[in-house]
Each structure stands twice: as structure tokens, then as C-alpha cells.
Write a protein that binds this ligand. Structure first.
Ligand code: GTP
Length: 333
């Protein structure tokens, strides 16, 4: 007999690590009966969510994300915070195991009672992974974690998914020889609320300062509106701890700026609305793929779509019609 959802919710609120882990496993599952229980659980926990500071942390592999999160998280715990780390890494589906949020990469945090480090959920498509991470974040907020760090790799669409679930988006950059912007996509710079050039230590300290100045200049060029907020570009060393307090102060500063404009509330309200539609998209997509008529039709038309004898437009219209026919027959589905 599985434990009741009410017991699970109580355990989460009482901060039992075993309950928290089971609750996150439940919200990560895509099985329809688990989804039903997850919805009930999230409804019970809803009054205790939302109070966390949600901070996204992005950077190309090797930028030092895990070292940074370990060091920053440890400092925040020393100041009395409780820190959760979650991740969005759809590539973990391919490797069969998650890279981000790996326990061994955040040794200090993992050992702390006031931290909870959860690897990226695995999943075939980004929408499902992002849903699971977002719901995991809500569970952790209900368990009293007041800082939630959401880690992601600095490539592709996962940054967008993370930006849509956090209050502040922090980009960790690296100083490189020559063109400092190399490897950082413009779209990611545009999403950044705070930028920190990491590994500003030893012989590289000077390079990091140059890179920070160049990035700062690039941000000015990207947005010429004199009234626009420009993300600060700082330098830090996750290894020595230099600059970490300043980076956190910049995160808090961004938060105060959002609050002063009423934008924190507006940002979250907009995220909720977009989130609702993302769920509709993802659940519809799953329902269409489960529909028996659609499955039959797919077997019939997919070879033709590949060779071009059935156009993609025509194929899509027939899939939707087949799904509609299934729905009409079984309105409860
Ligand atoms: N010198 C220096 N090295 C650092 C710093 N931060 C991280 N590193 C080193 O950089 C390497 C990559 O750091 P990680 O924290 O694993 O980087 P990551 O961005 O999580 O990288 P992936 O695991 O590939 O996603 C490790 O060898 C770290 O020891 C720093 O501030 N200074």
C-alpha cells in the first residue's frame, strides 16, 4: 500500500529528507497515476511554496558551475539559509545518468543537513525535464529551502526553460584568449541578470578582469536604451572564494530592483501563465501520442512522410483528426 499523499506532504513540511526525496521522485514521474498523485501533492504543498529565492546558474561545461555552487551554497548556509540545488540537463537522458547536480561534484553541500542536492531528472524531451525540475523546486520550497539554485548547461534551449522558472539568472563565464564572447550565445547574454567571470585567480586573474570589461562593453552595445537595467559583470573565483560575496550581493541587488518595480510579482505571474500553457502543450502532446488511432495512423503514414509522398502538413492534419476521433469516442480520456 503506497503511503497517502497527505502523509507525504506532512513529511515534506516536517523536512524529512526521506519524504522529500520520495516526493521529488513522485513529481518527476510521467506515469499517469503518478501524475494524479503529484497534482494532489502539489495542491497540498502550494500554500508553503513561493517564498524561495530562485536563482538559475548557467555556464558552459568547465565554467566551474559545481565548484561555484558548492562554495556559494556553503557560504549561504553559514549565513543561515537553507539551500536546494536542482538542475535541468536533458542530455542526461542520453548518457543514462545525470551529470548536473551530481553529488560528488558538490561535496561540501551534499554533506550539509541544510542543503539538498538533486540531480537533473532524466527525460526524452526538455519540456518533461523542465516540468519535473520545476515541480521538484516547489517540493523543496515547501520543505523550507529558502534558496533554490537551478543549474543548467550553457548550451541550447535548457537556459530558456530555466530562465522561465527563476527570479534571477546568473551566467558564469570564463576568460578565454582572444574573443571573450566566443562560445557565449547572444541569446544567453540577453537572458542574464548577473554575469560573473569565474576562475579569476592566480595567473588568470588579469585575463578575467579584461574579459569582464569586454563583456560589460558588449552588454552596453546590445542594449542602447539608457534607462534599461544593465546586468553587472563581476569576477570571482569559486576556488578561492574571492568575489563570491559580491556575486551574491549582485543577485540580491537584482532582486531588490525587481521588487522595487513590482516586477518580481509580475515575473512570477507571467511564469505561471506560460507554465500553464507549457503543461497544456506537453500533456496534449503525450495524449496525442498515446491515442490508439494516432498510433495506427502513424504506422501507416510515417514511411510516406519520410519519402515525401505524404506531406508533413497533410500528415499533421490527419494526426489531429485521428486524435479528435478518439476523443469523440472516449470523452473521458
Ligand atoms: N582555477 C580555478 N579553477 C576552477 C575554479 N572553479 C572551478 N575550477 C576548476 O574547473 C574545473 C571544472 O569545474 P566544475 O565545477 O566541474 O565545472 P562545471 O561547469 O560544473 O563543469 P561540468 O562538470 O563540465 O559541467 C575543475 O577542475 C575545477 O576544479 C576557479 O574559480 N578557479
Amino acid at each position: 500500500m503506497p503511503e497517502s499523499v497527505a502523509d507525504l506532504a506532512r513529511g515534506v513540511r516536517e523536512r524529512s529528507r526521506a519524504h522529500i526525496a520520495r516526493a521529488i521522485t513522485l513529481v518527476e514521474s510521467s506515469r499517469p497515476d503518478h501524475r494524479e498523485r503529484a497534482r494532489e501533492l502539489l495542491a497540498l504543498l502550494a500554500p508553503d511554496t513561493g517564498q524561495g529565492m530562485r536563482v538559475g546558474i548557467s555556464g558552459i561545461p568547465g565554467a566551474g558551475k559545481s565548484t561555484f555552487i558548492d562554495a556559494l551554497g556553503t557560504r549561504l548556509i553559514e549565513r543561515g539559509h537553507r539551500v536546494a540545488v536542482v538542475a535541468v540537463d536533458p542530455s542526461s537522458a542520453r548518457t543514462g545518468g545525470s551529470v548536473l547536480g551530481d553529488r560528488t561534484r558538490m561535496a561540501q553541500l551534499t554533506a550539509s543537513e541544510d542543503a539538498f542536492v538533486r540531480p537533473s531528472p532524466s527525460g526524452a524531451h526538455l519540456g518533461g525535464v523542465a516540468r519535473a525540475t520545476r515541480e521538484g523546486m516547489l517540493v523543496l520550497e515547501a520543505a523550507g529551502f529558502d534558496v533554490v539554485l537551478v543549474e543548467t548547461v550553457g548550451v541550447g534551449q535548457s537556459e530558456v526553460a530555466v530562465a522561465e522558472m527563476v527570479d534571477t539568472f546568473l551566467l558564469l563565464a570564463l576568460a578565454r584568449g582572444g574573443d571573450q564572447l566566443q562560445g557565449i550565445k547572444r541569446g544567453i547574454l540577453e537572458m542574464a541578470d548577473v554575469i560573473a567571470v569565474n576562475k579569476a585567480d592566480g595567473e588568470h586573474a588579469g585575463d578575467a578582469r579584461v574579459a569582464a570589461r569586454e563583456l560589460s562593453g558588449a552588454m552596453r552595445l546590445m542594449n542602447s536604451d539608457p534607462d534599461a537595467r544593465r546586468p553587472p559583470v563581476l569576477t570571482c573565483s569559486a576556488q578561492t572564494g574571492d568575489g563570491l560575496d559580491e556575486v551574491w550581493e549582485a543577485v540580491l541587488e537584482h532582486r531588490r530592483w525587481l521588487e522595487s518595480q513590482g516586477s518580481l510579482h509580475a515575473r512570477r505571474a507571467e511564469q505561471q501563465r506560460e507554465w500553464m500553457w507549457a503543461m497544456v502543450d506537453s500533456e496534449l502532446r503525450d495524449a496525442v501520442r498515446r491515442s490508439p488511432r494516432v498510433r495506427e495512423l502513424l504506422a501507416e503514414i510515417t514511411p510516406g512522410v519520410r519519402t515525401g509522398s505524404v506531406s508533413a502538413v497533410d500528415g499533421a492534419a490527419r494526426i489531429i483528426a485521428a486524435f479528435g476521433a478518439d476523443l469523440a469516442q472516449r470523452p473521458g480520456e
